[in-house]
Design a protein around this ligand. Structure first.
Ligand code: COS
Length: 382
């Protein structure tokens, strides 16, 4: 649902203040401790951030994709680890349920997801199914009114905190590829489900990814999401949407890095004058600004198309591809503008440089986005 302009501006203003006053001062601490303070998470719940995309009837804010992207841009202006705390609830952890769930499933889980009481995770990736996500090996064999899940998932965001997983598993062992995959809502406390230790990562400390193991986990048939064999489609549609949200976050991070770079260029003097007077550095700022404007325009245009009910598989892939590569270039230039100060920990620029690297990998690598863009363009004939 699109908010009226006044309500939207109020929400954006509230999020902007929360980011500036509450989250930014904690960036270094969260990175050093690799942990999100509980009180911050509680404040996020109070602001409704866990339920941005959840329909109003289940207690969420029910934002349109356009409004969600505007909020995501604001949240991008701080360490991306903060957004990750509720990112799965807003995106890949909840949207399969929102798009494909039955009324009963929605009533059971969505209010808790919207309030942040239930943390969600999206379990698609496996050791042998990364970019080739149709090659899911986790089994879900039907046994009466249950499916029995066996297998392992890898790099699952928020798995260590999750209460509910959307799991893609092969329900038809005779069918290789996408057609044999079904999606399931799997509760954390089912016997046989276990979660590994958080991985040590390059960046985004404070956000966690872990393996998830299924050892004869009995999932009731009523927890299947969509029809049998429809799981890959569920995953792809969730990712179409998720990719757009990530694009908006990339725009926010880039805007933050440009603002930090401009502030530094104004203050720092070399050769007797401010760095901002040097045209080679101005050229870097111009390139950053041009690219972020382009990424934002593509992201918002695609969000509006999606809100209008159009399929945006290709456009969302293009937005994710362009925005994630763009923020990588912007972060690299920011390190260059800061010089030695960009390379040491104190200024936080090197932390963003590491944090943004994952945007070109998760929810589909840049190369997968290229595949999606090319396939769709060829299919459409141009
Ligand atoms: N929406 C709806 N359906 C889709 C779809 C989409 N965006 N993309 C594919 N499908 C459907 C196809 O239409 C096809 O259905 P039919 O068999 O009925 O025609 C089926 O799904 C299989 O699609 P396809 O043949 O394109 O599958 P591929 O194995 O070639 O894989 C890619 C397609 C590579 C695009 C997919 O595996 C992918 O996105 N990989 C990256 C996964 C990813 O992002 N992982 C990150 C982890 S999650 S954080």
């Amino acid at each position: 649902m699109a908010l009226d302009l006044e309500t939207r501006d109020q929400l954006i203003d509230t999020v902007r203040r929360f980011v500036t006053e509450r989250l930014r001062p904690l960036e270094a601490q969260v990175a050093e401790q690799d942990a999100m303070p509980d009180d911050v998470v509680e404040e996020m719940k109070g602001l409704g951030l866990f339920g941005l995309s959840i329909p109003e009837q289940y207690g969420g804010l029910d934002l349109s994709m356009e409004d969600e992207c505007l909020v995501a841009v604001e949240l991008g202006r701080t360490s991306p680890a903060f957004r990750s705390a509720f990112g799965t609830n807003v995106g890949i952890g909840s949207q399969g349920l929102v798009m494909f769930g039955t009324d009963e499933q929605k009533q059971k889980y969505l209010p808790g997801i919207a309030s942040g009481e239930i943390i969600t995770s999206f379990a698609l990736t496996e050791p042998e199914a990364g970019s080739d996500s149709a090659n899911v090996q986790t089994r879900a064999l039907r046994d009466g009114d249950h499916y029995v899940l066996n297998g392992a998932k890898r790099y699952i965001t928020n798995a260590n905190k999750a209460h509910l997983f959307t799991v893609m598993a092969r329900s038809d062992p005779d069918k290789a590829g996408a057609g044999g995959v079904s999606a399931f809502l799997v509760e954390r406390d089912l016997p046989g489900l276990s979660v590994g230790k958080p991985e040590k990562k390059m960046g985004q400390q404070g956000a966690h990814i872990c393996d998830v193991y299924f050892d004869n986990v009995r999932v009731p048939v009523e927890n299947r999401l969509g029809r049998e064999g429809e799981g890959f489609k569920v995953a792809m549609q969730v990712l179409d949407r998720g990719r757009l949200h990530i694009s908006a976050v990339c725009v926010g991070v880039a805007e933050r890095l440009i603002a930090d770079s401009v502030a530094y260029m104004t203050e720092r003097k070399q050769f007797g004058q401010a760095l901002s007077n040097f045209q080679l550095l101005q050229g870097m700022i111009a390139d950053c600004k041009t690219e972020v404007l382009a990424a934002k325009a593509l992201t918002m245009e695609t969000a509006r198309k999606r809100d209008a009910g159009q399929s945006v598989t290709m456009e969302a892939a293009a937005a994710k591809y362009f925005a994630s590569e763009m923020v990588g270039r912007v972060a690299d230039r920011a390190v260059q503008i800061f010089g030695g100060a960009g390379y040491i920990g104190e200024y936080g620029v090197e932390r963003f440089y590491r944090d943004v690297r994952i945007f070109r990998i998760y929810e589909g690598t840049s190369q997968i986005q290229q595949v999606v863009i090319a396939r769709e363009t060829l299919k459409r004939g141009g």
